[in-house]
Write a protein that binds this ligand. Sequence first.
Ligand code: PEP
Ligand code: MN
Length: 362
Amino acid sequence: MQTKEQTVNEKIEALWEKRPILISGPCSAETEEQLLATAQQLANTGKIDMLRAGIWKPRTKPGMFEGVGAKGLPWLLQAKKLTGLPTAVEVATAKQVQDALTFDVDVLWVGARTTVNPFSVQEIADALRGVDVPVLIKNPVNPDMELWSGAVERIARAGIKKIGLIHRGFSSYGNIEYRNAPMWHLAIDMKLKYAGMPFINDPSHICGKRDTLLDIMQKAIDLDYDGFIIESHIDPDNAWSDAKQQVTPQRLAEMFNSVTWRKEDINSAAFHAALEKLRQQINQLDDELIQILGQRMKIAENIGTYKKENNITILQTNRWNEIMDRAIAKADKAGLSKEFITKYFDAVHMESINRQKKVLDS
Ligand code: PEP
Ligand code: MN
């Protein structure tokens, strides 16, 4: 899609509609040579739509590499001239917004450590008033969807028309599988809530290490994400930040080749007919499940009446353990996981208890 004749503005317009949107570049701009070489190699793959680079790095602890600062902005401009790739930078303050715009950065992003702070997000929003620049908003560090949508609303109220979302996972205590747990269901809620906005996955910060990137990428494709932002570096092992999770531009291209890209929809009538039939079956079963759950709750209420008359507690631990053991054994035979059936029965049990409580209180 990147012809030499296209201006960067036209590219951004096209990019916003393109699927998948592929953004890559180093976690941090370190030196001019490193940035230009990474950008050139990324452009050579022919797969990348935009160059990312951290200029100001929010680090958890002081004394670590905190980014090269504004002196890296001319390098980024140079990389754009060299490759034709639009550029993206993380901003956390009004000054950083102004500096980035002065050096023609094409897309700004709000980092996870900034989305958590409404003061900072508002400062960025105020600095953006009257400016026409796309903004990508990462999920907050903690799984608080209200903070994420709050940030979207602040940036939107500043008049920014092109807003996109980046899912980079959530920090959680004791998690060893991921650097930031994906908690897909929360992200998908946001994706559905802001259906018109590009919804981009950041496998690098979810995984924290190279070897699981592909799994996360495939999962995001299967869940109909609109694109990726993935960190890449000419010499990942010696990167000044996030060394473990970066890949070479060449490896990135291989990864893009090895995942299975899917379409949300295809136009074949036979496919639609088959899908429609299966969806009707699902609807039918869902209707029956709801009916049956309603009946189950009515019986629970009847039990509540007996408990009230005999003045006994709602929660009968032995009975509940018996129900769970029975359900888990049956679920296993039906191909349902213990984890799923436990969650499902916990929800059913809660509702049952609430209904019985109402009876006891009446
Ligand atoms: C980054 O993209 O390099 C970064 C700092 O990410 P996050 O805000 O997701 O931690
Ligand atoms: Mn990083």
